[in-house]
Design a protein around this ligand. Structure first.
Ligand code: ADP
Ligand code: ZN
Length: 610
């Protein structure tokens, strides 16, 4: 059979059709053209250079910033029978020699290298003696000085263009604004008219934001109700909090590990490896965790602290659902978060201009949290993309929030703050409004104020939301030096005097919320629901058995389970239940090599359960 791009896609990778721009990019590269490829995480960038490397004469060079990342890709390629290898410092010397001689003999379709290794004179000399087919630069945004992942070695990659002028070069990334894009094209001298941009939307991710009341209970409920047995990442701001929550979840029977820059390198490495290899482990991490985490079956990303910007939030949540199956981006946030982030923005040593830009980013983030319209529309708009209709897969779309004329509520709140001396935090103010009989209130004599007990129409949860919204809109300022005392800004005077109207997001009272029927969950397990309840249960059982078999095989080979098959492929097996080789081959994600290697064992497991 001739090696066309489509036959390789079908027979080797086991997929039916190309996605988005894949075909165009592949044709362009096979024909010898340079390109810059922008695709969201999980969009399928790798195939864009893997397939041309298999078709063009010679070996394709892939530059990748992280060793863990390249090892995963190489394992996955070998699983489907592609001749791939990597060269890096973690390999024993004999293995390096072996890969080098395979290279010289022209026995490899792809070789993965870190930039510093590639640019060593000995490596370059070696490569001069080999036949090369193309150069692919993964995570190309690392070339940008402005980006968050700048790597100085990436800057020197342009020397490759002089060294091998005839080789086509493909640079790819998932994060690139206009400026970064321009930088990549200029520095690598890719020329005009070669940029392929796919939309940034991640339709399978469901975005949700909720107020924080009892964060421990909230995260526990979220995981137990929607993600039992799933892998996920929980982001916290501080090292201490990651440890606290990892411990708390473990105590409650949910396997979780901490990850932050303060842990010894070997612990970080071990925890990361366990996260990749084991099914259903939760990583409770600071933002130190994530770059290069290619795990496709992360089913949720939860934020227990407010991210400092939309960029950070989108990148972090983007680590969920790379395999395209339903996933959740869930966040709980409260006043304390706002105070903390505002403090961080103020306290840095940076100049005033930088601080102002940090404050602006935080304000945009808060605006996102408190929005009453579609969250996805807002996110995409931030990245310069227009989504015509509300998405139908975020909390505000699924459970539209009401707005209400909040002028009176705001007036009650503001005057209560004035009367108590503009020095108390949110919790105390709410207590006064709701007429709490706390000892503190009596001690200060605040039970005698005219605002005492005038706010019983809302519960504490709803009042918190009103306060957050007034802070977000710049009507209330938070004392960042002390204990988060609230005070009025000049703009608040207008509201107090009744000169402006205020429309606010209306939170449903806690009691009413508990009574509401639950929405269909965004979980992979939901895909196994078909026909009757019995059938669905049977599908679920088979899926679990297939997972178990996958775990066994992965352990035999010491690779992560998703390198054997993705969840998506197992779901398809459980639903379609193929009975023979031909049927097994029709499953998306099963190609010739995987059929030969695993067909018998998986078919047997399916037979046993049918
Ligand atoms: P990223 O763009 O994040 O590098 P990957 O290249 O890792 O994404 O691809 C994400 C997943 O999608 C991989 O498991 C890959 O095998 C799968 N994939 C890529 N292209 C296709 C396709 N045309 N059809 C089905 N699955 C695909
Ligand atoms: Zn929406």
């Amino acid at each position: 059979m001739t090696r066309t791009a489509t036959t390789l896609l079908n027979n080797v990778f086991g997929y039916d059709t190309f996605r988005g721009h894949q075909q165009e990019i592949i044709d362009h590269l096979i024909a010898g053209g340079h390109s810059l490829v922008l695709m969201p995480t999980g969009g399928g960038k790798s195939l864009c250079f893997q397939i041309p490397a298999m078709i063009r004469q010679g070996t394709g060079l892939v530059v990748s910033p992280l060793i863990a990342l390249m090892q995963d890709q190489v394992s996955a390629l070998r699983q489907v029978g592609v001749r791939a290898a990597c060269l890096n410092s973690s390999l024993p010397i004999e293995e390096i020699r072996e890969v080098e001689s395979q290279l010289v003999r022209g026995e490899l379709d792809l070789v993965y290298l870190a930039p510093e290794r590639l640019l060593q004179p000995t490596t370059l000399d070696l490569l001069d003696r080999c036949e090369l087919s193309l150069v692919a630069i993964d995570e190309a945004h690392c070339i940008s000085r402005w980006g968050h992942d700048f790597r100085p070695e990436y800057l020197q990659l342009d020397t490759l263009r002089d060294r091998w002028p005839e080789l086509p070069m493909l640079a790819c990334t998932a994060t690139a604004d206009q400026r970064t894009r321009k930088e990549i094209v200029e520095k690598l001298r890719l020329g005009d008219g070669c940029t392929f941009i796919s939309g940034f939307d991640r339709p399978n991710i469901r975005y949700r934001v909720t107020g924080k009341v009892n964060e421990r209970q909230q995260i526990l409920d979220f995981i137990r109700n929607e993600h039992s047995g799933d892998a996920g990442i929980i982001y916290c701001l501080s090292r201490k909090r990651t440890e606290k929550f990892a411990e708390y979840l473990s105590e409650n029977g949910i396997p979780a590990l901490p990850y932050h820059a303060g842990l010894p390198a070997w612990v970080r490495k071990k925890n990361q490896e366990r996260f990749l290899i084991e099914d259903g482990l939760i990583m409770v991490a600071t933002i130190a965790f994530g770059m290069g985490i290619d795990k496709p079956d992360v089913r949720f990303v939860a934020h227990l602290d407010l991210p400092k910007s939309i960029e950070a939030y989108y990148q972090e949540t983007g680590r969920a659902g790379r395999d395209g199956l339903p996933a959740n981006a869930w966040m709980a946030y409260g006043m304390q978060d706002v105070i903390l982030q505002a403090r961080l923005a103020e306290s840095s040593d940076a100049d005033e201009q930088f601080k102002r830009s940090e404050r602006q980013k935080l304000d945009t983030m808060l605006g996102y949290c408190e929005t009453v319209s579609c969250r996805r529309q807002l996110l995409l708009e931030y990245f310069g993309e227009i989504l015509e209709k509300p998405c139908g897969n975020c909390d505000t779309c699924l459970e539209p929030v009401d707005t209400f004329d909040g002028t009176e509520a705001a007036q009650k709140l503001l005057s209560c703050i004035v009367r108590t001396g503009q020095r108390f935090g949110a919790l105390y103010i709410i207590d006064v409004l709701r007429g709490s009989e706390s000892e503190r209130i009596f001690r200060f004599g605040h039970d005698r104020l005219s605002t005492y007990g005038i706010g019983t129409e809302f519960d504490a949860w709803q009042w918190r939301s009103v306060i957050r919204q007034l802070v977000t809109r710049g009507l209330l300022a938070v004392d960042l030096e002390g204990y988060g005392g609230l005070r009025l800004t000049p703009a608040a005077r207008l509201v107090l005097k009744g000169e402006t109207e205020l429309h606010l997001r209306k939170e449903t009272a806690v009691k009413a919320r508990a009574a509401k029927p639950k929405k269909k969950k965004a979980t992979a397990a939901a895909l196994l629901e078909t026909g009757t309840e019995e059938e669905s249960t049977a599908n679920q059982e088979l899926f679990e058995n297939l997972r178990e078999l996958r775990r066994t095989i992965a352990a035999e080979q010491e690779v992560p389970p998703y390198v054997i098959f993705h969840d998506k492929t197992l779901v398809a097996m459980a639903l379609y239940r193929p009975v023979d080789d031909a049927g097994f081959l029709t499953i998306s994600g099963v190609g010739q090599t995987k059929l030969e290697r695993y067909g018998d064992r998986f078919l047997a497991a399916i037979r046993e359960n049918s």
